[in-house]
Design a protein around this ligand. Structure first.
Ligand code: T4K
Length: 413
């Protein structure tokens, strides 16, 4: 009887939809009855492929703490990401915390003012470190010159972000880190699968942190990892993600809990099989966006990523950022609202950021981050994910055209 009630309850939950659908949910339909087109949608395995692996997890009765599937995923990712060492974590945020703790001595950490708050909240919350925010270059990456100018006798590390999966100025940053004896950690949350020449993006710097959140190119629902070329750092990362236990009789560091469970590892292993196809689809859609937007020639819109400017780099097309020039017919917020009214949920990544959120007032010199400020106020990420079709892409382009009175929707009206 008890189990019958449980089954009924689960069926109800399975069919439940929130009475009031939150903004941005994939559930509602637009006025024309079309599904919302969200900025992203998770890569997910087939149920039929999940079932045997999840049954195996249940049978093993080993569901977390470096289990069979977590170890298999670590091994597979070392190979896929072309890195020497890798520690899975429960999220990208926890991965950042582990990497900073493992590598950066107490002091100042020079970082970018243009990112998702997860990049610096750990630094801000812990008095051991003080983030020093510097501006981005003409792309979206931290400006190496600004990094060098911000170095003081108290500086201990650099925390750079491969925003939208675009590699930072790697050689310049490595040179600065070497010259000033600083640890270099990359927030590679967006950069899964990116390669530079023969090298995986996670092989640069002292460590790189990836996010495996559902919204990323590759996901384990929630999750992440830290990659490093140093055996000593890997050992430290493993210690820190397991409460500091070296073995059951020895606790050797003030660690916390950053372990990935077996269910998520299973999702990861299955998604890994599909991620190259997903990146290819994303790439084709990004090319189509580019072609169609260039055809439209809307002077207020600048496409954020130009693959031609990254020779030798395999991009992952994690995002499709466009910059909307202020003072034109429609600004960024106007375009976001226009698209939203048409069932398209583009996102203002990264808004708010350091310069655009009152929370961070007093943490940087006002006026010192003009490019961050501009990027945060003008950038909009259009929907881009592997479940999209070319027709979805056209729908977005038509809506953008309509917003600026260009072809497409406006012409059709
Ligand atoms: N560093 C950087 C540079 C980052 O961007 C992030 C995270 C991190 C570090 C930290 O990594 P994690 O600790 O998260 O592993 C999302 C993600 O939650 C966040 O991971 C990500 N960056 C950030 C850029 O985006 P929100 O608040 O925009 O997510 P949300 O819930 O609005 O989802 C966005 C869209 O995705 C929805 O409109 C629909 C779609 N979606 C989302 C979920 C969760 C789905 O279709 N299904 C889903 O299950 O932050």
């Amino acid at each position: 009887m008890g189990s019958g009630r449980t089954r009924r309850g689960m069926a109800e939950i399975g069919h439940a939809r929130p009475a009031e659908v939150p903004a941005g949910s994939p559930f509602p339909r637009d006025a024309a009855g079309r599904d919302w087109l969200t900025v992203t949608s998770p890569l997910l395995p087939e149920l039929a492929d999940l079932v045997p692996l999840l049954s195996d997890v249940l049978e093993r009765r080993w569901v977390t703490n470096h289990g069979h599937y977590a170890r298999a995923l670590e091994e597979a990712l070392v190979h896929y990401l072309a890195v020497r060492g890798l520690a899975l974590s429960t999220s990208g945020t926890v991965g950042l915390d582990l990497a900073v703790r493992a590598l950066i001595p107490d002091g100042e950490v020079v970082t970018t003012g243009y990112s998702f708050p997860a990049t610096w909240h750990g630094l801000l919350e812990n008095p051991r470190w003080r983030p020093v925010f510097v501006d981005v270059d003409e792309g979206f990456g931290i400006d190496p010159e600004a990094v060098e100018a911000a170095i003081t006798p108290r500086t201990r590390g650099i925390l750079a972000v491969h925003a939208y999966g675009l590699p930072c100025r790697l050689a310049r940053l490595e040179g600065i880190a070497r010259r000033h004896d600083l640890r270099l950690v990359y927030d590679a949350a967006h950069a899964f699968g990116v390669t530079v020449g023969e090298r995986g993006i996670g092989s640069f710097g002292d460590a790189s942190v990836f996010s495996f959140h559902a919204t990323k190119v590759f996901n384990t629902l929630e999750g992440g990892c830290v990659t490093t070329g140093s055996a000593a750092t890997l050992d430290r990362l493993r210690l820190l993600r397991n409460f500091g236990f070296r073995n059951e009789n020895e606790v050797a560091a003030f660690g916390s809990n950053g372990k990935m469970d077996e269910v998520r590892a299973v999702f990861g292993l299955l998604n890994l099989e599909r991620v190259d196809a997903a990146i290819e689809t994303r790439g084709a859609l990004a090319r189509r966006y580019r072609e169609r937007l260039e055809e439209l020639g809307i002077e207020e819109i600048e496409i954020g990523i130009d693959p031609a400017r990254h020779p030798g780099v395999r991009l992952n097309h994690a995002y499709f950022p466009v910059s909307v020039r202020p003072g034109g017919r429609v600004d960024r917020d106007g375009l976001a609202a226009w698209l939203r009214d048409r069932g398209i949920h583009a996102r203002k990544y990264f808004f708010p950021t350091v310069t655009t959120a009152p929370l961070y007032e007093g943490l940087f010199v006002p006026g010192s981050l003009p490019r961050c400020e501009r990027a945060s106020r003008t950038t909009l990420c259009l929907p881009l994910h592997a479940a999209m079709t070319e027709a979805d892409c056209e729908r977005v382009v038509d809506a953008v055209a309509g917003a600026f009175g260009a072809r497409g929707e406006a012409k059709a009206a």
